[in-house]
Design a protein around this ligand. Structure first.
Ligand SMILES: Cc1cc2nc3c(=O)[nH]c(=O)nc-3n(C[C@H](O)[C@H](O)[C@H](O)COP(=O)(O)OP(=O)(O)OC[C@H]3O[C@@H](n4cnc5c(N)ncnc54)[C@H](O)[C@@H]3O)c2cc1C
Length: 698
């Protein structure tokens, strides 16, 4: 008999974000201007736990909802009680505020321990169920880090469950397909990626829920070891609004204009070959190598930058050549002449910063490789290119850590892509990706070689492995980075830090984050954002075999079935046309999308390849090998045409490097219209036949 502990979180309603939700001075979100709601995926997790209870036929199983947040987070607990929770726990304490994922997972895991001991008394027979990620954090790190703290298996990105022979079999999303797995032991952590069978609250249950007692605990009750901002291993340096999309977002009103755009964009292109780019804001130079000793390469708030500029002006005016000349009397003069607009403590810190030259971290820059069937994932090559750039600035080496049962043959290609050393961990237990076994192998290598930076691809595998490894080796981790740069800290002497920039709140803000109190600085980076270096077969490097003690006991999951895309597809084609769920049927996909592919191919004299969204693949419109996106393939054609595709982030990051994006969608508010160059509002059924005709006439 299993019990269920469901993690629920109160989040701002990001669907209501408007421009006035941001503070114009700081660019940060004013949360009080937004309503608070239950994180949608956590509501789905609650329904999922309820479904697990039902299909197992276990009426006595209990569902406990747990949240950590301010006292008003009680609302999501009452929501849970009104639907399916039997009991709820509110973890609330000022000391818990300002936490990153590390200092969120740690107290939640301690609260789970207390729930199992004091409230459930269920021994080892329980599941922790949560949404895959929250819309405000968007990291997917907390459940995996909770699993690591509790020493439990974790099954991420789950979309379904069946109860067979007294155990659950879960379906989950993996890179390039889906998989059915079962956990080898209980308890286990499950994260739900999609379960759209919403639970509704009855009137009587709502009345009961509104009056029911909550269990409330503070920080002292759970005895967590890392809480709040102090216990965190990352810190936000700056939050800023995202740059406006560089896409044209131009609506066309007739198919004739669209036909012309299609032809022109393939013939001439629109020159947008670096849409998303991890822009290089000037390469970093270590302090000892700088010509001007007062030059600081840092990223900071506007006030910090203004203070710095003012200080430099004053230093020049006073004819100071070196930081050691700045004694107390000089500081007094600077403070006087700036009219005390620089705070004394800020001035002291900045002067300390001038004197510091020693990097805060040392060691190599590492990439943790992803591979399947003996083939390295393209994102690993992109990250190796980025690691090369970072390591060159830091005057250190690039290491690629690759684990599997037979991986040595991939080393040559990794060295050609920019690696100096390939750390190969080979063991038969690592034949298939198992989060628990892989995290033990990778963490062991990190413990031994202590790289200063570790990068992982933000694929389902990387987003699962990285949080577990980071927790195990006591290091901070930033998810889904779109920018990675080396900079100094703005004030004190923290030199050569990895600054990690990522979108948050569903892409409504960007945040730059640094690592603190950690062995290594760790980040996952979105596939398709960093640039792969052209392979250089003449590069020399070495392979270091790293041995880790592993046994079958380290494998946490039984893989029952894997469904991966198979067949031939040429995503190197200059033109790719994808169909989404809006194509309505396999027949429509075949006839409409097929006709447009043929028409355009004839007109251009080029191959036009077929793509699809994940939803279209799931509907069976086309085989999985054609899926474009985060868990499909990241592509970069000259022209991408999206038919009946809404524009979900997981789809759009797969087409970020496309020159021209064209969309046809019947919904005038489809999100894709804000992320494309040209669009037509209309149904695919009406628009495509007219477009094919217009192309013939072109
Ligand atoms: C871990 C994870 C990984 C994922 N990886 C991927 C990935 O790699 N690739 C991917 O694509 N998704 C991925 N997804 C799923 C993604 O979040 C979206 O659910 C998916 O992209 C939606 O596909 P869609 O746009 O075809 O469907 P929907 O979101 O359902 O949109 C259908 C669109 O069609 C329009 N429409 C309806 N009827 C018509 C008509 N007659 N004519 C014209 N337009 C019409 C609608 O207005 C709507 O905008 C992933 C999700 C998760 C959780």
């Amino acid at each position: 008999m299993s019990d269920y502990i469901v993690l629920v979180k109160q989040v701002p309603d990001v669907s209501q974000i408007t421009d006035n939700a941001f503070d114009p001075e700081t660019g940060t979100l004013v949360r009080t201007r937004l309503a608070s709601v239950i994180n949608e995926l956590d509501a789905q997790a609650l329904a999922f736990a309820n479904m697990m209870k039902k299909i197992s036929g276990d009426d006595k199983a209990r569902i406990i909802a747990l949240t950590m947040g301010p006292p008003m987070a009680e609302e999501v607990l009452r929501y849970s009680l009104a639907r399916s929770a039997d009991q709820v726990v509110l973890l609330t304490d000022r000391a818990l505020g300002g936490a990153d994922t590390w200092a969120t997972a740690n107290p939640l895991a301690h609260a789970i321990r207390k729930i199992t001991k004091d409230l459930l008394k269920c021994g080892d027979d329980y599941f922790v169920v949560s949404g895959m990620q929250s819309v405000d954090g968007d990291t997917a790190q907390v459940p995996a880090q909770i699993a690591e703290e509790l020493g439990l298996p974790c099954i991420a990105y789950v979309t379904g469950a069946e109860y067979k022979e007294k155990r659950f079999e879960f379906t989950r999303i993996i890179s390039g397909g889906s998989q059915t797995v079962a956990t080898k032991k209980l308890p286990a952590v499950i994260t739900v990626a999609k379960y759209e069978h919403t639970l509704f609250a009855t009137f009587s249950r709502t009345r009961w829920a509104n009056k029911a007692d909550l269990v409330q605990w503070g920080a002292d009750d759970i005895k967590a070891t890392h809480i709040g901002a102090k216990g965190s291993k990352t810190a936000v340096i700056r939050v800023f609004p995202p740059g406006k999309s560089t896409r044209k977002c131009q609506q066309l009103n007739d198919v004739k204009s669209l036909a012309k755009v299609l032809m022109d964009s393939v013939k001439s292109g629109n020159g947008q070959d670096d849409q998303n780019g991890d822009a290089q804001a000037g390469s970093y130079v270590l302090p000892d190598k700088r010509k001007d000793k007062f030059q600081r390469m840092f990223e900071a708030t506007q006030k910090e930058q203004d203070d710095y500029q003012l200080l430099i002006e004053k230093i020049k005016e006073l004819g100071i050549k070196s930081a050691v000349q700045i004694d107390d009397s000089v500081k007094e003069k600077i403070l006087e002449s700036t009219g005390k607009s620089i705070h004394k403590k800020t001035l002291d810190d900045m002067i300390e910063g001038f004197k510091a030259t020693k990097p805060a971290f040392k060691g190599e820059v590492w990439v943790v490789a992803e591979h399947s069937d003996g083939v390295v994932h393209p994102a690993t090559f992109e990250l190796t290119g980025k690691a090369r750039d970072l390591a060159d600035s830091l005057e250190t080496k690039v290491g690629v850590c690759i684990a599997g049962d037979n991986v040595g043959h991939m080393a040559e290609e990794l060295i050609a892509a920019g690696a100096d050393t390939v750390y190969a961990i080979e063991h038969k237990v690592l034949k298939q990706f198992d989060p628990t076994a892989y995290r033990k192998a990778v963490a062991d290598a990190i413990d031994k070689y202590v790289p200063q930076i570790v990068l992982y691809a933000a694929t389902p595998q990387g987003r699962m492995l990285a949080p577990m490894v980071s927790y195990r080796v006591h290091s901070g981790l930033t998810a889904d980075c779109t920018g990675l740069d080396i900079r100094d800290s703005s004030r004190k002497g923290d030199i050569a830090l990895l600054l990690q920039t990522r979108p948050a709140l569903g892409g409504n803000v960007m945040a730059t984050i640094r690592t603190k109190n950690s062995k290594s600085q760790m980040a996952t980076a979105r596939p398709g954002v960093m640039k792969r270096l052209p392979p250089d077969p003449s590069r020399k490097g070495k392979v270091v075999k790293h041995h880790v003690e592993l046994s079958e006991d380290d494998v946490s999951l039984e893989i029952i079935q894997t469904e991966l895309g198979s067949g031939e597809v040429n995503f190197g084609a200059e033109v790719i046309i994808s169909g989404g769920k809006g194509m309505q049927s396999r027949d429509n996909y075949e006839s409409l999308l097929g006709a447009l592919c043929d028409g355009l191919s004839k007109k251009l004299g080029k191959q036009v390849e077929r793509g699809a969204s994940r939803a279209a693949v799931e509907q069976g419109f086309i085989e999985r090998v054609h899926q474009v996106g985060q868990t499909g393939t990241a592509i970069g054609p000259k022209l991408y045409i999206a038919l009946g595709i809404s524009g979900a982030i997981q789809h759009m990051i797969g087409v970020a490097n496309t020159e021209t994006i064209v969309a046809i969608n019947s919904d005038p508010n489809a999100p894709i219209f804000k992320q494309c160059d040209y669009y037509i509002v209309g149904t695919v059924e009406d628009t495509i036949p007219q477009l094919v005709q217009a192309l013939e006439a072109e």
